[in-house]
Design a protein around this ligand. Structure first.
Ligand SMILES: C[S@@+](CC[C@H](N)C(=O)[O-])C[C@H]1O[C@@H](n2cnc3c(N)ncnc32)[C@H](O)[C@@H]1O
Length: 248
């Protein structure tokens, strides 16, 4: 997948592929990240890309033309894909970015991520160029860069072969609509706390069942609303009932 990020802070966004899964994805040739600075598309000698808002009020607004020109070049650079790459504007007003969005975007061949600053972008560039607006949550960041980095990280770990063990993405929270089960590692006793017996049993069927029950239980404890959207089979319902009974 090719991702082009349009940002006033390219050095910040480029950090995302220096570590962890995005770095591995780049190393494996699954991900190519490029950045593009709207200032390079400014037509004034000060390389300004923002101006005062019509109607007055505080702050500055990013101008449409340098952004549109950067988007056009980004799309061309992604090029080879048969379908035009989707343009995503990271924005507090967007749909909430979640694992479903990460899965959906990871299936694209190319993406253009547009990072705002100041008061945001001239509204007309949104109408002309943007396919999706995505938000990290109901809070306001000072720029779209951290949001773009989050999106890149979440996508990179879903690209084929990037996670060492393919199962780990399948078991991750939200992949199957549930939170992940608890994990334990050495030592077997830490500050007087042991590891659940079943995990030491070597019985893989029992372990899988315990993990399923824990995933259901953790979801019930921490994010019960996620269960409302799931059609659980009878076995899962029984496992959850048993988990709940141990908590009462
Ligand atoms: C200070 S914000 C502008 C906020 C805008 N005036 C508003 O209230 O909707 C500057 C930029 O940060 C980014 N941003 C801020 N909050 C975000 C969030 N929750 N998710 C994704 N991007 C965000 C957007 O790219 C935005 O253009």
């Amino acid at each position: 997948m090719k991702i082009e990020v349009i940002t006033l802070f390219p050095e910040l966004v480029e950090q995302v592929t220096r570590h962890g899964m995005p770095r591995i994805a780049v190393g494996q040739g699954q991900l190519a990240l490029s950045t593009r600075n709207p200032r390079d598309y400014s037509t004034n000698k000060w390389r300004r890309v923002d101006a005062r808002p019509y109607g007055g009020g505080p702050g500055m607004v990013m101008e449409a033309e340098p952004l549109a020109a950067a988007v056009a070049d980004a799309k061309q650079a992604i090029g080879a894909a048969k379908v035009a790459p989707k343009v995503v504007y990271l924005s507090p007003q967007g749909s909430r970015f979640d694992q479903r969005w990460a899965e959906r975007l990871s299936a694209e061949q190319g993406l253009v991520l547009l990072c705002g600053r100041y008061e945001g972008l001239d509204e007309r560039v949104l109408a002309a160029e943007v396919d999706f607006e995505l938000s990290l949550g109901d809070f306001v960041l000072s720029g779209g860069e951290l949001a773009a980095m989050v999106v890149i990280d979440a996508i990179a770990r879903l690209l084929p072969g990037v996670l060492g063990d393919e199962q780990s993405a399948v078991n991750d929270s939200f992949s199957a609509g549930l939170l992940d089960h608890p994990h334990y590692t050495r030592p077997e006793v830490w500050r007087d706390a042991g590891v659940p017996e079943v995990l030491l049993s070597g019985d893989h069927a029992k372990i899988a069942r315990w993990r399923r029950q824990q995933a259901l239980g953790q979801t019930w404890l921490k994010r019960p609303e996620l269960l409302d959207g799931l059609e659980l089979d009878e076995d899962s319902r029984a496992l959850l009932r048993e988990f709940i009974a141990t908590r009462r």
